[in-house]
Design a protein around this ligand. Structure first.
Ligand SMILES: *[C@@H]1O[C@H](CO)[C@@H](O)[C@H](O)[C@H]1NC(C)=O
Ligand SMILES: *[C@@H]1O[C@H](CO)[C@@H](O)[C@H](O)[C@H]1NC(C)=O
Ligand SMILES: *[C@@H]1O[C@H](CO)[C@@H](O)[C@H](O)[C@H]1NC(C)=O
Ligand SMILES: *[C@@H]1O[C@H](CO)[C@@H](O)[C@H](O)[C@H]1NC(C)=O
Ligand SMILES: *[C@@H]1O[C@H](CO)[C@@H](O)[C@H](O)[C@H]1NC(C)=O
Ligand SMILES: [Ca+2]
Ligand SMILES: [Ca+2]
Length: 944
């Protein structure tokens, strides 16, 4: 039972990228390419429809489509990084199915597991729709990747293609229909191939009676679970294909048993993937669908605030209000407008809820309604608030946390670090202190009163800032407004990092960074007290920090422990020589479209060779791999990737092998045992060498490795009210002993798990986390579970970060229905002088969940909807349009995301159509027919 050559190929591709599995004509297609083609094409269709609806121009991107080109066509060039990341994430989840569930036939439509395979897809679609409705797009992408795999495998592993079907099997998308005529278990379906020739091994009666079958698969020699007479998957790995009937039927590649049908199977897999995406788009709506794909208006950045609302914070809250207003007032409607706004308040003992909106006015109102009160003792729930923001913000976001108090929930530190590393989020801490004197106190308490937060308490925030590549800005309340406006203004633009380093304890050190021709707005951020430096430009010019007249630094400001410099733009290699004995951090940033994305990946241990994205820290001291993607240019290539110590200067340089689609597999000989950042050097190819750009970028996030390995495997969909088990396994390559286990989830769901596991040297131990979502949890809620294992002594910790979707059991599989109530058209010869009107009743049946949304899919008239008084289950739609626009198509969606479209027209139609019309009203000039179509035209493929 098993998996796909489609899969094997794609894995090989990652594994041995140099073999040239490109998109060259004649090469076979793998899951990666099938998924990407369908996503790019569907996204283009959505953007075109939106442009039409909004009356803006649309230019198709050049073929073959790329993430870059499609983002530009969607008028969202700044989203190209997020778009690329979304596609990559979906593809990696798709590949993971082969690595994790290689021998589970249901995930690959092997062994005639049609019902089981369809269940995975249909339930997954409901989960994706529910997640989108709650704007949990990360969870939606995860499930989407997982269900695309079986969907695509169906076309390679079943005999759908051999049965002569030219369209996808739409019944795989919903669970209330027949998939087709599935072979009985006892029914023979294949004969042995004629030597190497397997073109005619499926029995004629199976083909003639249009019976569905799929191949068996097994990797253990001489052991076969294949019933008598059944087809095999085929190929060298599949041991069942050596047993009668010999040979196989898969179409994974051109070299497969049925390789002559590979192109047909791959094209059907693309069409099926597009159909599934269309269904999800219909349920979500066009804008939310694009958001799921990472395409948003404006800057593509989230503005994300985590704010202490306890009594002492009123000045800080006033600052946040004014900064929010100023960002919103200056950026709304521009390319720099934040695409998403997030607020998480925290107090003590309460924190949250997280508020997320794309509407600037809504956000302004929410911020303006904040007030400071309560909090009890000195410490507040800052890390709980931060944890919520980290699990709710899109990956690669930048978060600003405002507080004047120590964390009460310090035990969450390692969880917060895990979430920072996994999401590559930058966290800036705006720590204020007061210089006001409390009159009730004696004069000599003045010093103490200067701050609620001691240096050792602030160290927790400094550590987290450093790990995330953010700043820990420590200022007085009166200095806060200036500091905040400096750091928030640039955070919503396309910032890239050139250099990120820290020295603790402080010491003199020299750093260099490369600036390229695409860079604007070059800035240096330094935190620390009594830090001086000398800056040297690529042309050798130098300027001391004390020199206010030099030409390299155009402006410089110091607020509290925070110094910012604006540099003159000059391409080439810069140097900065830092001098201080105090701890300091140094960060050089600028704006540029060119950036990079990466994941740590690990070679699979299973029967398939391939690389899987890590949800954990990579292993210390051993070989490691990264999958790197460049964004912002279609011609950029990686020339070098290095892992650079954050606190020292050692670097480990990796070997970058180009893959297709701008991805690079980087191999390093050793993952450092200390905190490190990832540095990428690259080049874009211009028309001539003079226009090519040599660039260097660095990850803001710093990473740690571990000798502890932790793995967890479970479903990704959780039903409220039912305990959900997550088995996990911990292994150590260091010394054994009693390991501390900590589990946290961001929804505070009840959970049980062991609190320690005893490990022998080099051995593993297993545990299970049981998570229970309360019965009233809304469908589409997501929960992030972090399982941590800490080695004895606390020096080494690893974790796994998992995300699950909560989905209520769905019983409504029926689409809403449209019923025409009236249609009036008095169209004159000059169509522009007259209008037509339509009235439609939309219902979801007695068992249905109810109509959620009616929108115009086609037609540029005016649509209004209203509910029938006293009966919320009926939606009335009226539509009026010019007689020059004779068609209208309504998109109707119920509350669980079942989608249909209804078409109405006043066109003179063919006689056949007239005979189906439900009503013909009198009309002077046009013949009239009304045709109501359930839109699943592709449904009946003749095998039901
Ligand atoms: C893209 O989508 C359109 C509309 O659905 C379809 O006609 C076209 O064949 C698709 N192209 C590819 C390359 O899949
Ligand atoms: C892993 O073990 C090695 C050898 O015992 C040690 O040097 C290294 O510091 C350990 N790594 C971590 C992250 O603890
Ligand atoms: C364990 O760690 C040592 C060095 O720290 C390394 O040489 C060895 O390959 C590691 N073993 C495993 C199974 O990771
Ligand atoms: C491991 O630690 C836990 C709690 O710290 C303790 O209850 C347990 O007995 C210890 N187990 C072993 C085998 O030492
Ligand atoms: C842990 O679980 C895995 C599979 O779930 C099993 O193969 C392994 O033997 C278990 N290990 C221990 C120590 O129980
Ligand atoms: Ca408190
Ligand atoms: Ca329904």
């Amino acid at each position: 039972m098993m998996s796909s050559g489609l899969a094997v190929l794609c894995l090989l591709l990652l594994h041995t990228g140099a073999q040239g599995f490109g998109i060259l004509p004649g090469n076979s297609l793998n899951h990666l390419e099938i998924t990407e083609k369908a996503i790019l094409n569907t996204t283009v269709q959505v953007c075109r429809a939106l442009a039409q609806a909004e009356g803006t121009d649309f230019t198709f991107p050049a073929q073959p489509f790329t993430a870059e080109g499609v983002a530009v066509a969607c008028n969202a060039a700044k989203s190209s990084k997020n778009f690329r990341q979304a596609i990559l994430f979906i593809m990696l989840r798709n590949i993971r199915v082969d690595l994790r569930y290689a021998l589970n036939a249901s995930f690959h439509f092997d062994e005639e597991m049609f019902v089981q395979g369809r269940k995975i897809i249909a339930e997954g679609i409901l989960a994706v729709k529910a997640s989108n409705k709650q704007e949990n797009f990360e969870a939606a992408r995860q499930t989407l990747g997982e269900i695309l795999h079986p969907l695509q495998d169906f076309y390679s592993h079943s005999n759908w293609v051999e049965l002569g079907n030219k369209a996808p099997n739409s019944n795989l998308l919903r669970s209330d229909t027949s998939i087709g005529n599935i072979a009985e278990e006892s029914r023979a379906t294949c004969r042995s191939c004629d030597g190497q020739d397997c073109r005619n091994n499926i029995l004629e009666d199976i083909i003639n009676e249009r019976i569905l079958t799929s191949g068996y698969f097994g990797v253990v020699p001489f052991v076969s679970t294949k019933p008598k007479g059944k087809c095999s998957h085929g190929g060298a790995v599949d041991q069942t294909s050596t047993i009668e009937p010999k040979g196989g039927i898969n179409k994974d590649t051109f070299d497969s048993s049925h390789g002559h049908l590979h192109t047909d199977a791959a094209n059907l897999a693309i069409a099926a993937t597009s159909e599934l995406l269309e269904d999800i788009r219909g349920a979500a709506g066009d804008r939310p669908f694009l958001q799921m794909m990472g395409i948003t208006k404006g800057s593509s950045k989230a503005l994300c605030f985590v704010i202490d609302t306890t009594a002492s914070m009123s000045d800080d809250i006033a600052t946040v209000k004014s900064v929010t207003s100023s960002i919103i007032d200056s950026e709304v409607g521009t390319d720099n407008e934040p695409s998403l706004y997030i607020l998480v308040p925290f107090n003590d003992p309460d924190f949250g809820p997280q508020i997320r909106t794309t509407d600037a006015e809504v956000f302004k109102n929410v911020i303006n309604s904040l007030s400071a009160s309560g909090g009890g003792d000195q410490e507040e729930m800052s890390l709980s608030g931060l944890q919520l923001a980290l699990t709710g913000a899109p990956p690669n976001s930048e978060i600003f946390l405002f507080t004047d108090a120590p964390a009460k929930d310090k035990h969450l530190k390692s969880t917060v670090v895990a979430l920072i590393e996994r999401t590559q989020t930058v966290v800036n801490f705006m720590i204020s202190s007061t210089t006001m004197v409390n009159r009730r106190r004696r004069r000599d308490d003045r010093q103490l009163q200067q701050s609620r937060i001691s240096s050792s308490d602030a160290q927790l925030y400094r550590d987290l800032a450093q790990t995330s590549g953010g700043l820990a800005i420590e200022v007085t309340k009166s200095e806060l407004p200036e500091a905040v406006s400096i750091v928030t203004q640039s955070s919503v633009s396309s910032l890239v990092t050139f250099l990120q380093a820290a020295r603790n304890p402080g010491k003199a050190d020299n750093f260099s960074f490369r600036v390229d021709e695409t860079v604007t707005d070059l800035k240096v951020y330094i935190t620390g007290r009594s830090v001086t430096f000398t800056l040297i430009s690529p042309t050798g010019e130098s300027q001391q920090s004390t020199d206010t007249t030099g030409s390299l630094i155009t402006t410089s400001k110091t607020v509290g422990n925070f110094m910012t410099l604006q540099l003159k733009i000059q391409g080439g290699l810069w140097e900065i020589r830092m001098v201080s004995t105090n701890p300091y951090t140094l960060k050089v940033i600028g704006q540029s479209p060119i950036d990079f994305l990466f994941d740590f990946v690990e070679a699979s241990q299973g029967p398939f060779q391939g690389f899987d994205a890590l949800d954990t820290r990579p292993r210390t001291g051993v070989k490691g791999n990264l999958l790197v993607s460049l964004t912002g240019s279609d011609t950029a290539t990686v020339t070098e990737v290095a892992l650079v110590e954050l606190l020292g200067s050692e670097e480990i340089i990796g070997l970058a092998e180009p893959q297709e689609n701008g991805n690079f597999l980087v191999r390093v000989d050793r993952i450092p045992s200390v905190e490190f950042v990832v540095r990428v050097k690259g080049r874009t190819d211009g028309v001539n060498p003079r226009t090519s750009v040599v660039f260097q970028r660095q990850s803001p996030t710093s990473f740690r490795s571990s000798n502890v390995t932790i793995t967890a495997d479970s479903d990704s969909i959780l039903v409220p009210g039912t305990p959900f088990s997550v088995p996990f396994s911990v292994m150590t390559n260091g010394t054994g002993g009693n390991f501390t286990i900590r589990t946290t989830n961001n929804r505070l769901f009840e959970s049980t798990s062991p609190t320690s596991l005893f490990l022998e040297n080099g051995e593993s131990a297993n545990g299970t986390v049981t998570l229970s979502a309360p019965l009233n949890t809304p469908s589409g809620t997501d929960v992030t579970l972090t399982i941590e294992a800490e080695a004895p002594g606390g020096q080494d910790t690893n974790y796994v970060v998992l995300r699950f979707s909560i989905v209520n059991t769905v019983t409504d599989f029926t689409k809403p229905k449209c019923e025409q109530l009236s249609l009036q058209a008095n169209c004159s010869e000059n169509c522009s002088l007259s209008t037509w009107m339509l009235s439609v009743r939309v219902t979801d049946g007695d068992e249905g969940t109810g109509v959620d949304r009616v929108s115009l899919k086609q037609g540029n008239g005016t649509m209004n909807t209203s509910l029938v008084a006293g009966n919320e289950n009926i939606t009335l739609v009226t539509y009026s349009a010019s007689c020059c626009a004779p068609d209208v198509e309504l998109l109707v969606v119920d509350r669980v995301g079942n989608v249909d479209t209804c078409f109405f027209t006043i066109r003179e139609s063919s006689p056949a159509a007239i005979s189906f019309s439900t009503r013909v009203t009198q009309m002077p000039l046009f013949g009239l027919s009304i045709v109501v179509l359930g839109l699943h035209i592709l449904t009946d493929l003749g095998i039901q």
